[in-house]
Design a protein. Structure first.
Ligand code: SF4
Ligand code: SF4
Ligand code: FES
Length: 236
């Protein structure tokens, strides 16, 4: 029998399974929390911090995607502080990469762009770092453009957890991290890659795309996202 926890989210009393995260409990009750590295059907890594929430009695904000519900917990998912913090995180992501939306395959179909619009981000207050990133176009069919990568690691997890190829990984540390394939070979030399294209379908930005395509395919993405949720349920 599942143990149940009772808690309050944004003033709403809700019940959730004891092993549920705050994010799962909130979404189950129609309360939305912005996310970027989280994807239903994949494990959580708590990398982007966009889903931070306030928990009564705790000074530190906590990531809703990796924090379990607790009995009598009082959670707030919206406040002036959270709004400010989320906008700052988004501005930092834009300033740390080279996001030129007008020439991106994901333009108008980009989770980062949508979240920035939702947060009312009309400009970036930080200096653009203009990092000298490369683009790996060595794969027969796919391209990895590091300029637009926000290091959410969704591609790494889908390749490992759904395709079981484990081709992709995050190398380096902190702001000096980047996505590599097969121990830093170029993607075209990565023997473990099955060319399934799953990594392209989970990328929230235009970092991963198919050669010869000028835009991503939102319907194909939606179908695949439903598929991984169901695949995960079957495993569970
Ligand atoms: S195409 Fe498939 S196997 Fe290759 S890196 Fe992407 S998810 Fe992994
Ligand atoms: S390539 Fe895309 S999915 Fe992979 S870490 Fe970068 S932004 Fe995330
Ligand atoms: S969605 Fe929770 S840390 Fe990224």
């Amino acid at each position: 029998m599942h143990e149940i926890r009772t808690l309050s989210i944004d003033g709403q009393m809700i019940s959730a399974s004891a092993d549920a995260t705050i994010l799962e409990a909130a979404r189950e009750h129609g309360i939305s929390i912005p996310t970027l590295c989280h994807l239903d059907g994949l494990s959580d890594v708590g990398a982007c911090r966009l889903c931070l929430v306030e928990i009564e009695g705790q000074n530190r904000l906590q990531p809703a995607c990796v924090t379990r519900v607790e009995e009598h917990m009082v959670v707030r998912t919206t406040s002036a502080r959270l709004k400010k913090y989320r906008r700052m995180l988004l501005e930092l992501l834009f300033s740390e990469g080279n996001h030129v939306c007008a020439v991106c395959v994901a333009n108008r179909n980009c989770e980062l762009q949508n979240l920035a619009a939702d947060a009312g981000m009309d400009h970036v207050r930080f200096d653009y770092l203009h990092p000298a990133c490369t683009t790996d176009a060595t794969h027969d069919r796919f391209v990895l453009d590091h300029n637009r990568c926000i290091l959410c690691a969704r591609c790494v997890r889908v390749c490992d957890e759904i395709e079981a190829a484990s081709t992709l990984a995050v190398a380096g540390r902190g702001s000096q991290s980047w996505i590599v394939s097969d121990l830093q070979d170029s993607w075209g030399d990565a023997r473990s890659c099955t060319s399934c294209g799953k990594c392209l379908l989970v990328c929230p930005t235009g970092s991963l795309f198919e050669k010869g395509h000028t835009s991503t395919d939102p319907e194909r993405k939606e179908d695949f996202l439903r598929y991984i949720v169901n695949a995960n349920r079957r495993k569970g």
